[in-house]
Design a protein. Structure first.
Length: 254
């Protein structure tokens, strides 16, 4: 059984105090929902404070990025040993990192390897652009990103994949549940080819892109979708709690 997971990617939002207030506003309710794994991914500078607030709760913490070296002259970067003890998860290869910071599949592959070696659970993001989608090249793009991102990595279910079509991110135009499930089941097929069927079945795969408390049901009721990576709606306490609560209600009645 794959435990459903809802992760909030706060992106470059919230100053320290805002981050603390946001966590306080949803802490008790989130903690009380046990059948879903809840992961908050605030900006680096708020990780320690959020860690303090969620101590002794069932809420987990993730980083939004990291570098693949342990330490050294890499101005501005954050290393895996800095995250260990603070975070359990790390988002890698988000389309915004690929687009604005020129991250390549090769770099992302190094980060995924390093995260796994360090005991962090990578949330590897993949997704096609609007142009690729319109040209019918979704499968080709996703296959390439998964094979390159996981090259040289042994089969493991200590990895999460997030399918985030770029055309659905921050646009309010989410994929349909059926569309997302079709691509996610394709991703399971790619994992089965690259690794094996058993691991492909065990890996949790999330949908991301304009997920809200109004459309989460559509995704969660699909068989291959194990949760969501939520951007904008994770910055509103009632929205995020609503998404987690509906996930819990739906998955437990399946
Ligand atoms: P939105 O939920 O704001 O569309 O963002 C999705 C996303 O990029 C999560 O990583």
């Amino acid at each position: 059984m794959r435990k459903p997971l809802i992760a909030g990617n706060w992106k470059m939002n919230t100053k320290l105090e805002e981050a603390e207030n946001l966590v306080r506003a949803m802490l008790a309710e989130l903690d009380s929902i046990e059948s879903v794994e809840k992961v908050l991914c605030p900006p680096f500078i708020s990780l320690a404070a959020v860690k303090g607030l969620i101590k002794d709760t069932s809420i987990k913490l993730g980083a939004q990025n990291m570098y693949f070296e342990d330490k050294g002259a890499y101005t501005g970067e954050i290393s895996p040993p800095m995250l260990i003890g603070l975070c359990d998860f790390v988002i890698l290869g988000h389309s915004e990192r690929r687009q604005y910071f020129a991250e390549t599949d090769e770099l992302i592959n190094k980060k995924v390897k390093k995260a796994l070696e360090s005991g962090l659970t990578p949330i590897l993001c993949v997704g096609e652009s609007p142009e690729e989608n319109e040209a019918g090249r979704t499968e080709e793009k996703i296959t390439m990103q998964i094979n390159a991102g996981l090259a040289g990595i042994s089969p493991t279910s200590q990895l999460i994949i997030a399918y985030e079509p770029i055309w659905a991110i921050g646009t309010g135009k989410a994929a349909t549940g059926k569309q997302a499930n079709a691509t996610i089941s394709l991703i399971r097929g790619i994992l089965a080819n690259l690794w094996n069927k058993e691991t492909a079945k065990a890996v949790r795969i999330l949908y991301g892109g304009s997920v809200t408390s109004s459309n989460i049901d559509e995704f969660i009721s699909e068989p291959d979708i194990d949760g969501a990576l939520v951007g904008g709606a994770s910055l509103k306490a009632d929205e995020f709690v609503g998404i987690v609560r509906q996930t819990s209600d739906l998955k437990s009645t399946r």
